[in-house]
Design a protein around this ligand. Structure first.
Ligand SMILES: O=C[C@H](O)COP(=O)(O)O
Length: 250
């Protein structure tokens, strides 16, 4: 049985003061939740204080990015050891904004995934198609390509423990979520693709989130789909009350 995982992705939002204020309020609101995992992926500057605020709570911490090298002359980047030192269990890898705005390609993402596994960091790997690809009926081929390229050379044991986030680019920040049926159709396909690449056991174990305009008012119907194991939440995760309603979707 897969435990639902609701994870915030704050993107480039929140000063340290704002992050601490939100986390203090949020941890109280979800203190009694034990059947859903909650996490916050935050900007690098916020991770150290958030680790202190969230210590001894049920809220997990993650980085929004991570480089594939262990250390060195890589100005502006974060190593796996650095994010672990501030309590990160997770790291988002390959968010579409990293792919589109910062030019991260599947070869780089594959290296990042390998480094994450080597350092006991659970990646949240984002995949998903653009609007033109969906309109051309190429969305299945697109996510299959991303899965095969990004997971190349990665063992089933690691894949079982990671998280996939299906995020169609046309639903991110637009207020227009995929319908629950659209999300289920492609997430089921993603699980079947993992089964073909690995085996049934791996496909049953891996958690697959949906991301793209998840809100307190649509989360329940999204989560009613059998293959959807959680959500990667952008704008609705910025306020404690809104994100806590998503975590408490049941
Ligand atoms: O990582 C989160 C996604 O990009 C979704 O963002 P959104 O909830 O603001 O649409």
């Amino acid at each position: 049985m897969r435990t639902p995982f609701m994870c915030a992705n704050w993107k480039m939002h929140k000063t340290v003061e704002e992050a601490v204020e939100m986390a203090k309020e949020f941890k109280e609101l979800v203190a009694d939740v034990d059947d859903v995992e909650a996490g916050i992926c935050a900007p690098a500057i916020d991770l150290y204080p958030l680790n202190e605020v969230l210590a001894d709570t049920n809220v997990k911490l993650g980085s929004e990015n991570m480089y594939y090298k262990e250390s060195g002359a890589y100005t502006g980047e974060l190593s796996p050891a650095m994010i672990k030192s501030v309590g990160c269990e997770y790291a988002i890898i390959g968010h579409s904004e990293r792919r589109e705005i910062f030019g991260e390609d599947d070869q780089l993402l594959n290296l990042k995934l390998k480094t994450a596994f080597a350092n006991d960091i659970k990646p949240i790997l984002c995949i998903g198609e653009k609007l033109a690809e969906r309109e051309a009926g190429e969305h299945f081929a697109r996510v299959k390509f991303q899965l095969e390229a990004d997971l190349s050379g990665i063992e089933a044991e690691d894949v079982k423990d990671m998280v996939l986030a299906y995020e169609p680019l046309w639903a991110i920040g637009t207020g227009e979520s995929a319908t629950p049926e659209q999300a289920e159709e492609i997430i089921k396909f993603i699980r079947e693709t993992v089964a073909k690449m690995y085996d049934e056991e791996t496909a049953e174990a891996i958690r697959i989130q949906y991301g793209g305009s998840v809100k307190p008012w649509n989360v329940e119907e999204i989560m009613a789909q059998p293959n959807i194991d959680g959500a990667l939440v952008g704008s609705a995760s910025l306020e404690a009350e809104s994100f806590s309603k998503i975590v408490k979707f049941k």
